[in-house]
Structure formats: structure tokens, C-alpha cells
Design a protein around this ligand. Structure first.
Ligand SMILES: CC(C)(COP(=O)(O)OP(=O)(O)OC[C@H]1O[C@@H](n2cnc3c(N)ncnc32)[C@H](O)[C@@H]1OP(=O)(O)O)[C@@H](O)C(=O)NCCC(=O)NCCS
Length: 150
């Protein structure tokens, strides 16, 4: 079971290591610092035995929460750590008035798409050639806020 808590500057070394192992065009440490300093952003990590094994970041922009980043260390995948991170961040985001949540995901990232669908995200569009490393399309996914459904 992971502990989910806010990201701290001291986590950055482990966070950036996971980021670099997880994405072809990883965020820099500065990109994480910018989000941590942004009042409109929520940055969480998952900690196991004193080590960061995953993280997620969301930012609110024009009444919509944008899920910007989510990754889990390779050795800790398929243990529901991303699920725990998503549950927590959606709960925190849900405490502020908003219209919903959106994210972009590589069309080929079937595992992540399946996970987001499990959280109620649906595919609402496509950004052609969104990823500059290989020209891959991004799926745009959306989930209404609970308030919208009430
Ligand atoms: C995507 C990622 C965050 C998932 O993290 P995780 O902790 O392994 O995910 P979970 O264990 O919480 O998975 C929950 C469910 O999502 C789906 N899922 C997750 N990874 C999957 C995979 N590789 N293949 C198929 N389904 C997958 C499954 O339905 C899974 O439930 P199940 O294990 O009961 O079948 C992780 O694989 C990762 O860091 N990938 C690289 C970075 C990335 O792609 N981030 C998302 C960018 S949009």
C-alpha cells in the first residue's frame, strides 16, 4: 500500500528519474518546480518504503482540471498505484467548483486509456501528430465533474 502525499522539492530526484524512464520527451526538474509553485496545481506522489514510486499532477485552467502528468516506476506497475494517485487527485480536484477533467494520451497507450476509461473518462477528440518525437496522435479524454451529473 502506497502513501499518497503532496510532492516536495526533496522528491524531485526520484520523480525526474521515473519521468525520464517513462516518457520519450520527459519533463525537466524545472517543469515540476513550476507546477509545485503554481497555486492552481496539485502535485502528488506515491511513496513506498520511503521512496517515491509514482506521481501525478493536475492544474486548473478556465474551470477545467487538466491532468498533466502521471507515471509509476516500472518495478511498481500493475499494483494499483496509479489508481490510488488518480483517486486522490480527482477527490482533491473535486473540492473546487469545476466543469470537468481533461487529459491527452498517446493513441497507442492502451493500458493508460483503459485505466482512464475505468475512471469514467471518455474519448472526445484527437490531436493529430501531437507528439513530436514520433508524430503520434493524442486522444483527448474528458470526464464531467460530479456536480454536472447531479
Ligand atoms: C499508465 C501507468 C501510469 C499505470 O500505472 P499502474 O500503477 O501500473 O496502473 P494500475 O495498476 O493502477 O492499473 C489500473 C488498471 O489500468 C489498466 N492498466 C494499467 N496499465 C496497463 C497495461 N500496461 N496494460 C493493460 N492495462 C493496464 C488495467 O485495467 C489496470 O487494472 P488491472 O491491473 O486490474 O487490469 C504506468 O503504466 C506508467 O507509468 N506508464 C508510463 C507513463 C504513462 O504512460 N503515463 C500515462 C500518460 S497519459
Amino acid at each position: 500500500m502506497a502513501i499518497i502525499r503532496p510532492m516536495r522539492l526533496a522528491d524531485l530526484k526520484e520523480v525526474v528519474k521515473i519521468e525520464e524512464a517513462s516518457f520519450p520527451r520527459p519533463w525537466s526538474a524545472n517543469a515540476f518546480i513550476t507546477q509545485m509553485a503554481n497555486d492552481a496545481s496539485i502535485c502528488l506522489v506515491a511513496e513506498v518504503d520511503g521512496h517515491v514510486v509514482g506521481y501525478t499532477i493536475a492544474t486548473q485552467y478556465v474551470e477545467v482540471w487538466h491532468l498533466l502528468d502521471l507515471a509509476v516506476h516500472e518495478d511498481y506497475r500493475r499494483r494499483y498505484i496509479a489508481t490510488e494517485l488518480l483517486e486522490q487527485i480527482l477527490e482533491l480536484c473535486g473540492q473546487e467548483a469545476h466543469r470537468g477533467y481533461t487529459l491527452e494520451v498517446r493513441k497507442s497507450n492502451r493500458g493508460a486509456i483503459k485505466m482512464y476509461e475505468g475512471f469514467g473518462f471518455i474519448c472526445t477528440g484527437l490531436r493529430k501528430a501531437y507528439y513530436s518525437d514520433n508524430g503520434e496522435d493524442a486522444l483527448i479524454m474528458w470526464k464531467d465533474s460530479e456536480d454536472m451529473l447531479a
